[in-house]
Design a protein around this ligand. Sequence first.
Ligand SMILES: Cc1cc2nc3c(=O)[nH]c(=O)nc-3n(C[C@H](O)[C@H](O)[C@H](O)COP(=O)(O)O)c2cc1C
Length: 162
Amino acid sequence: MVMRSALEPRQLRRVFGSFPTGVTALAALVGDAPTGLAANSFVSVSLDPPMVSVCVARTSTTWPRLREANRLGVSVLGAHQEHVGRQLSAQVADRFAALSWRASQDGAVLLEGSSAWLDCSIEREIPAGDHDIVLLRVHDLDADPAVPPLVFHGSQYRRLHP
Ligand SMILES: Cc1cc2nc3c(=O)[nH]c(=O)nc-3n(C[C@H](O)[C@H](O)[C@H](O)COP(=O)(O)O)c2cc1C
């Protein structure tokens, strides 16, 4: 008889992935180069002081470079930016090739045309199993309600029904 554990990684991914999320781009200038990754673990945390969080895998090769930046940009991707989510999670030489982005004065990289953006600094990193919970302090932010968000659910990119 084959024993199946409810806590197998495949089952955990399937159940965790049943919670619909948005998709964010975490990005900053490292040296002169835009550096970043796609993350759907973004959560708003606190209004006073303003804080949000993301969870980053301990296996990430980008995070050790990204965490050295003074500021970290969080862009909430719009429904038209599925290609940005794909590109910023791919193993490619230049994740920012052909993408439109701007850098804030302090080096946060923000994707043009996103639904919302936040200019953050790292407040604290909390080890949590195979990920780190990264608590971010928000310094500046804005949202464009005219840009509908990209949705991630069941391992697929989706859109909100109009
Ligand atoms: C929709 C989507 C959401 C993702 N969310 C996260 C996340 O919240 N945390 C994380 O560490 N990686 C996440 N990833 C994976 C990263 O984007 C990236 O592929 C991973 O960090 C490996 O690349 P790296 O070695 O350059 O860091 C996500 C990927 C996709 C496609």
